[in-house]
Design a protein around this ligand. Structure first.
Ligand SMILES: C=CC1=C(C)c2cc3[nH]c(cc4nc(cc5[nH]c(cc1n2)c(C)c5CCC(=O)O)C(CCC(=O)O)=C4C)c(C)c3C=C
Ligand SMILES: [Fe+2]
Ligand SMILES: [Fe+2]
Length: 343
């Protein structure tokens, strides 16, 4: 029996109103988000987090004052643990680590070190690779693991936008709504978290992976002449972000009197960006814009095919590969660009 620690990563979210500003500070102090030298970045992060805190507090107030991202991720970890417990040869333990709020990588790395694993597998819950999410989490983990004296051979799984369980889980969630609305004028909007355009221009493969993943789901849905589009939500700040924005697409659908089925494609659990932005703010915008019907598909969460896909990526790691290539990055998506960025 080999003892293998699996660490799931996500962004994290405030666990109460008082946590909103320090959570935002942690986010804007991340050099992957604000690319400035340290003293200046600290100052800018202080200013932006203080200014945005009241807006963000109102966002979280609409879902009880806190983000559900941690309990949602813990449920995914428990479902994955159940599947990995059925693997005869190895002793797996699944941990959850968040980037900008508790449980922080430094605390989780100490807990992992205390469990004394022989191997560690890092699995960001971001299907598409971005330097702002995947690479940021993996780099923070490396610092935390070093500080905790966790020296076990480690493999990182960087992205998996075409993983068949993920595609099938998304398709299963969308297909009934598309079937129910057959015969009506309807468009499927795949809405991904946006990114500043300059991050994509600098080589981030996120947009390419999001758009190809949407194509895979559409192929799998196999609905003749399905009307669909990829768009980007959650823009923050004055910079140019990926286009088209989800807001623009909602207004366009209103002008064309087309109903919408909105599918979050870069999130695998529920939080402020789905429960507030998609379900409250964009639903309101859709009503104002005259969209006849607005439906939001839920995220994959603990859907069986998705969790089975995560388990497959972990158990498919070749025996001895992690041990012999400590610190290795393995790309289940099979892409070169994310590996180059992550190296
Ligand atoms: C300002 C820059 C930001 C970039 C770049 C960014 C990229 C990015 N984020 C996610 C996933 C999530 N983001 C969430 C919240 C959130 N994101 C930003 C800013 C950037 N994100 C802010 C300021 C916030 C806080 C909420 C707000 O003030 O509007 C969340 C939800 C957190 C929660 O509620 O628990 C997720 C998830 C991805 C996938 C991504 C790049 C690909
Ligand atoms: Fe990758
Ligand atoms: Fe974000």
């Amino acid at each position: 029996m080999t003892k293998k620690a699996v660490v799931l990563f996500n962004l994290g979210g405030p666990d109460g109103p008082a946590a909103v500003e320090p959570f935002l500070f942690n986010l804007f102090y991340d050099p992957a988000i604000i690319r400035l030298p340290k003293p200046l970045r600290w100052l800018v992060a202080k200013m932006i987090s203080r200014r945005r805190a009241p807006v963000a507090q109102e966002i979280y107030a609409q879902i009880g004052g806190a983000s559900p991202i941690l309990p949602q991720t813990e449920a995914q970890a428990a479902a994955l643990q159940d599947l990995l417990d059925q693997e005869a040869g190895d002793d797996y333990r699944v941990f959850v680590s968040m980037r900008y709020w508790h449980p922080f990588a430094h605390d989780v790395a100490r807990a992992v070190a205390d469990w004394t694993p022989e191997e560690v597998i890092l699995l960001p819950l971001y299907p598409q690779f971005s330097s702002t999410t995947t690479a940021s989490s993996l780099e923070e983990w490396t610092r935390a693991a070093n500080a905790a004296g966790l020296a076990a051979p480690t493999a990182s799984l960087c992205c998996y936008p075409f993983e068949k369980g993920l595609i099938s889980a998304c398709t299963e969630l969308i297909a009934p709504k598309v079937a129910e609305m057959a015969g009506q004028k309807v468009r499927v909007l795949f809405s991904a978290h946006g990114l500043p355009q300059k991050i994509v221009d600098a080589g981030d493969p996120y947009q390419w992976q999001v758009e190809r993943m949407a194509e895979k789901i559409v192929d799998r849905l196999a609905v003749p002449e399905l009307d669909w589009k990829v768009c980007y939500q959650s823009r923050v700040g004055p910079m140019k972000w990926l286009e088209p924005s989800t807001e623009t697409e909602i207004e366009r659908a209103g002008a064309e009197a087309i109903s919408l089925i909105v599918v979050p494609i870069a999130f695998v659990s529920e939080h402020s960006e789905t429960l507030v932005e998609l379900d409250i703010e964009y639903a309101h915008l859709a009503r104002e814009a005259g969209v006849p019907e607005y439906h939001r598909i839920r995220t994959v969460g603990v859907q069986a095919d998705f969790i089975a896909g995560l388990a497959r990526m972990i158990t498919a790691l070749p025996p001895g590969r992690i041990s012999s290539e400590s610190g290795t990055r393995i790309c289940p998506g099979g892409f070169k660009d994310c590996l180059m960025l992550a190296s």
